[in-house]
Design a protein around this ligand. Structure first.
Ligand SMILES: Nc1ncnc2c1ncn2[C@@H]1O[C@H](COP(=O)(O)OP(=O)(O)O)[C@@H](O)[C@H]1O
Ligand SMILES: C[C@@](O)(CCOP(=O)(O)O)CC(=O)O
Ligand SMILES: [Mg+2]
Length: 397
């Protein structure tokens, strides 16, 4: 039997970075997914190794289970139903396994993802041989939460073939979990994110697990019911960056300028709360939608100003902001910044025109053309969609 899990990426509408320091943030799942498939070998397969294929980055690894037993000090001592953090001793042992892979210089950034994989796999399934395949529709390391989507999809696949969840294997097609199972997936995924990000807030794994739109503050999730259709243009500046480094850069600035940065985080908290309130407030007519969009746009611009204060903007992000501003569209970075992706609010009045002319000759068409001329990549993502799901195949009752 094989299980396939998928988990979505996300955009952060308000509050990235500040959320790591206790402010509220608002995030929505997007309709781009990371997929993880997991299969245990049958005796005929004669496979005694843990094999993983990371298709997006063209990497494949295999560890004989004997090697895992020899190197990992706490192997077999974990319980899948009790998520735990990776100890210093195990962190070192995993690092030695990853070092032995001799990753090319250009692929060193992937070491943290491989480490998270090894930690999650061995914590949940010990030294059981298996074949795992990972592939994603998300660009990696661009602010759309590929690290969290990987950790969520992996945790979901691993847990669904563990004894800690009782699932209906005969169900056809994608199925989701109940809230307590989702909670377990989310907690394990957070442990994986800790390995990739160092100090994650937990917002990315939470929105990827539960889907839709959420407000998140100090580990607490509030589900947001949207009362307005929200569409965002996502522009990938294609400038690579590393979330861990950016998050620790902001923390260092917060140490250097404690009082100023706490005011910045407090301002972001107010912005996120207002964004959540606007999205949830009832809509009476088109005028109300326009008013709400104007407020949201203004809040996005204010949030971007504060992100610049935190030191996580980038010349390419400023170029996207200037370009979209010519068309009176509000833009902010999303995720860790320093390059990566930027979101631009597309108001309903503009989308209405786009629907009539199927984008041709519209403002959206023009702004995308201008952004793509700068070497950026644009996409219009569906937001507020499904969270993690699994699907079984090869089950015979
Ligand atoms: N599909 C994938 N295959 C391999 N590694 C992945 C995949 N998705 C995420 N990762 C890991 O996550 C890292 C990117 O995470 P991060 O810097 O937080 O950016 P983001 O989460 O915004 O995409 C990659 O460098 C890699 O280690
Ligand atoms: C910067 C931050 O707020 C979001 C990071 O998102 P991403 O990994 O860049 O997609 C960090 C966090 O909340 O853990
Ligand atoms: Mg990430």
């Amino acid at each position: 039997m094989e299980v396939r899990a998928r988990a979505p990426g996300k955009i952060i509408l308000a509050g990235e970075h500040a959320v790591v320091h206790g402010s509220a943030a608002v995030a929505a799942a997007i309709d781009l997914y990371t997929y993880v498939s997991l299969r245990f070998p049958t005796p005929e397969d004669n496979n005694d190794a843990l094999q993983v294929q990371f298709k997006d980055v063209d990497l494949e690894f295999s560890w004989p289970v004997g090697k895992l037993k020899e190197v990992l000090p706490e192997l077999g001592s974990k319980s899948a139903s009790t998520p735990s953090s990776c100890s210093l001793e195990t962190t070192k042992a995993i690092a030695s396994l990853v070092d032995e892979l001799n990753l090319a210089e250009s692929k060193l950034g992937l070491a943290s993802g491989i480490s998270a994989f090894l930690w999650l796999y061995t914590s949940i399934h010990g030294d059981k041989p298996a074949k795992v395949v990972v592939n994603s529709e998300l660009p990696l390391g661009c602010g759309l939460g590929s690290s969290a989507a990987l950790c969520v999809a992996l945790s979901a696949a691993l847990l669904s073939l563990s004894d800690s969840l009782k699932l209906d294997f005969s169900h056809q097609g994608w199925q989701t979990f109940g809230d307590s199972e989702l909670d377990l997936v989310n907690k394990w995924a957070f442990e994986g994110e800790k390995i990739i990000h160092g100090r994650p807030s937990g917002i990315d794994n939470t929105v990827s697990t539960f889907g839709n739109m959420i407000k998140f503050r100090s580990g607490e999730l509030t589900r947001i019911k949207t009362n307005m259709p929200l569409k965002m243009l996502v522009t990938n500046t294609q400038v690579g960056r590393n979330t861990k480094a950016l998050v620790s850069g902001v923390s260092e600035r917060a140490v250097r300028h404690g009082s100023a940065m706490s005011s910045v985080f407090k301002a972001v908290d107010s912005i996120s709360n207002e964004v959540a309130a606007i999205i949830q407030s009832p809509v009476s007519d088109d005028l109300a939608i326009t008013e709400k969009e104007e407020k949201l746009g203004e809040l996005m611009e204010m949030n971007q100003g504060l992100l610049q204060c935190m030191g996580v903007s980038h010349a390419t992000i400023e170029t996207v902001i200037k370009t979209t501003l010519k068309y009176k569209l509000a833009t902010k970075l999303t995720g860790a910044g320093g390059g990566g992706c930027v979101v631009t609010l597309l108001p309903a009045r503009i989308l209405f025109v786009c629907a009539i002319y199927s984008f041709s000759g519209t403002v959206v068409d023009k702004v995308i053309a201008e952004l793509e001329e700068c070497g950026f990549q644009c996409l219009i993502a569906g937001i507020g969609g499904r969270g993690m799901e699994i699907s079984f195949s090869g089950f015979s009752s």
